[in-house]
Design a protein around this ligand. Structure first.
Ligand code: CUA
Length: 661
């Protein structure tokens, strides 16, 4: 089956891409960020709060960062897919299971697209979902604790890129594979890829109350590459749209061989129909191995479970649920406007952007206005679904978000600019350079029904001369625009962690008030928790020594321990007894092959230490917690293997609990 005609246009575009470094242009110094009005617009007085949160992915750092807008101040890095010694995440015994996968513990990830949960098509501030590309995973982060609560591995996927996007009521979080792979994985020649590899589109259900995720079904799509995705809105909310590239199904020299077709596709998936099909017993359970890791709030620990099957749906078995919309050319962004009518395909190798119409799509489906099929999935005639094209808006369109006034904002990677255009009229209204090579952009709620459209954040891959040099690599960065007027106004540059791949933004008042202050000690069901100093103790079990330790300003209990021997495995189970806001304590032990722990009020956390040398070894608090922080310290005496030093633990020379503590 020959889908499309090859084009020489590819070569012209390919050469454009290969030499398309950042445009070395300087902004006029009379306007924009240097103007006094711009400074005022981003100035948040000391002690005052920003109006918005921006959750910016850390890209290859694997994390999610939290910034304030308009100030651009970094508040927190939430560890998600990578270990973080600052917080002990992925180092403590309680958080290690969070990073478990079918490949074992993976200490690093590549996080790309955060998306905030929605209610009735508006961001609701309950959770942020974010994908990991390399070892395909989706995480859910609580916006009460700003901690990762759940990570689920996505089987039969690779380079999990068209992820993680939520439907209008967070019914599903969607994960699409970037690479076509054997499904299920098996040993086969790479050259036999075409027709044999598949592309998995995975729908994860989300519990409306608790947020718990589960793989509801996996759709076994043709073996294209699925790049980005977007749910429909309003009338189109039963649908999900995915951009594809490499519809050529090439397996080598992709820059040429995957750029042959003039048009690739946007895949339209009616998830309601698939849901119905599955509810009526449709789909087939197939073996698959993947980890499902969940934080247990009562036990203060992550529990990892290996699962062994998924429900697989063959698109040919659900007529009326799958269509392909021809779209120029190797499209990246796949964005649906707030009304749900316009589906914008950003063909990164095309001279024009393709805008499809949802109502035309429905009509074309009714009229069976098709141009053949791909692996049994009807291809809708381009003319029958296309609303129009935006001609020559810039070079290398990547991603579009929307305001509430009918305007779209698209990033252009090659020409390093943001272009504002009217969706209905297909007219360009404004353009503004960015510095440089912009990928995604974000308007708080700009991918929802209700954009909160004062600010736009452009996320740039290259910054060159924008910051003080810091060796061969300069920080990547974000740029803040005011988009409340007719013209976009550049307000601020601010550096980011890792690669600011994509972001999600929300008004601060939707999160602020419910932010967690402490963990209540009485609710702590950690098996090694202590509720007061009298409960602290040290217990030997063979060569394991379990220290039930507490911390409170400004001491540990116990703080003198003897009877530990070389060859022991010592567990420090440490409970922070504080019940005050913003009083974590830390703990670090010399020679422990792990990070320090940072323990929140009311929480119990564990690290292990296998002493290799006899001696008296100190531990101390790592977080400056009070005027007597420096005195928050203790000793462990380590005796030789086989010695008979008795086990002894004290605070102020007395055994905790035996006297009037
Ligand atoms: Cu506790 Cu410093």
């Amino acid at each position: 089956m020959k889908l499309f005609i090859k084009s020489v246009f590819t070569i012209a575009i390919a050469s454009l891409v290969s030499c398309g470094g950042p445009a070395e242009k300087k902004e006029s110094t009379n306007k924009g960020a240097l103007a006094g009005s711009a400074a005022e617009k981003v100035y948040v007085k000391p002690g005052e709060h920003d109006s918005h949160y921006a959750f910016i992915s850390g890209g290859f750092s694997g994390q999610l960062s939290v910034y304030g807008l308009p100030s651009g101040r970094l508040f927190r890095v939430i560890p998600v897919f990578s270990q973080d010694p600052e917080k002990g995440y992925g180092y403590s015994e309680e958080t290690k299971p969070m990073l478990n996968t079918s490949h074992g513990l993976i200490p690093w990830g590549d996080s790309h697209h955060p998306d905030i949960s929605q209610t009735n098509g508006s961001v609701d501030g309950r959770w942020v979902f974010i994908n990991e590309n390399n070892t395909p995973r989706i995480a859910r982060i609580s916006l009460e604790t700003f901690e990762t609560e759940e990570i689920i591995e996505i089987p039969n996927s690779a380079g999990n890129h068209s992820s993680s996007y939520v439907t209008e009521n967070s019914e599903y979080v969607v994960a699409g594979t970037r690479f076509a792979v054997p499904f299920p994985q098996r040993d086969m020649p790479i050259s036999e890829m075409k027709g044999n590899f598949k592309g998995a589109l995975t729908f994860l259900s989300v519990d409306p109350e608790k947020g718990d995720m589960d793989i509801a079904f996996q759709i076994k799509m043709p073996g294209f590459n699925y790049d980005k995705a977007h749910p429909g809105r309003n009338a189109s909310s039963d649908w999900f749209f995915f951009t594809t590239y490499n519809t050529e199904e090439a397996n080598t020299l992709m820059e040429v061989n995957a750029s042959q077709n003039d048009k690739d596709f946007i895949a339209a998936v009616n998830w309601k129909k698939v849901e119905e099909y599955v509810a009526n017993g449709g789909g087939k359970k197939e073996p698959a191995r993947y980890a499902h890791n969940k934080w247990n709030e009562e036990k203060h620990m992550a529990i990892s479970e290996m699962k062994d099957e998924v429900l697989v749906v063959d698109p040919r078995d659900v007529p009326g649920a799958f269509y392909f919309l021809p779209t120029a050319k190797s499209p990246h962004g796949c964005d649906v406007d707030p009304t749900g009518e316009y589906i914008v395909g950003s063909g990164k190798l095309a001279a024009a952007m393709t805008i499809h119409s949802y109502s035309k799509m429905i009509k074309a489906i009714e009229n069976k206005d098709f141009d053949g099929d791909a692996y049994g999935i009807p291809i809708i005639n381009f003319e029958a679904v296309n609303y129009g094209v935006l001609n020559q808006p810039g070079l290398g369109p990547l991603h579009t978000e929307f305001d509430s006034r009918g305007n779209a904002y698209t990033t252009f990677f090659i020409s390093s600019e943001v272009v504002k255009w009217n969706v209905k009229d297909l007219t360009v209204l404004d353009r503004h350079p960015v510095y440089y090579s912009v990928g995604h952009l974000m308007i708080p709620g700009g991918n929802s029904r209700t954009p909160d459209d004062k600010y736009l954040v452009a996320m740039n891959k290259i910054t060159k001369d924008r910051y003080l040099p810091t060796g061969p690599e300069v920080c990547q960065s974000a740029q803040l625009f005011d988009i409340s007027g007719d013209k976009m106004e550049l307000l601020l540059d601010f550096p980011t962690i890792g690669e600011p791949h994509y972001a999600a933004g929300i008004a601060a008042e939707k999160i602020k008030a419910k932010s967690k202050k402490i963990f209540r000690l009485e609710d702590n069901e950690h098996p090694y928790a202590v509720k007061n100093e009298a409960e602290t103790k040290v217990v030997r079990k063979g060569n394991e020594v379990h220290i039930y330790m507490s911390m409170i300003r400004s001491h540990f209990s116990p703080d003198n321990i003897e009877g530990v021997k070389v060859g022991d495995k010592v567990y420090f189970h440490v409970t922070n007894l504080e019940q005050d806001y913003d009083v974590p304590h830390g703990i670090a032990m010399i020679g422990a092959q792990t990070s320090e722990l940072l323990i929140m009020p009311g929480r119990t956390t564990t690290f292990t230490w296998e002493p290799k040398q006899v001696g008296v070894w100190p531990f101390y608090c790592t977080d400056f917690c009070s005027a007597l922080h420096q005195e928050m310290q203790g000793y462990v005496r380590v005796s030789a293997k086989g010695s008979n030093t008795p086990l002894k633990y004290t605070l102020d020379d007395e055994v905790p609990g035996e006297d009037d503590f």
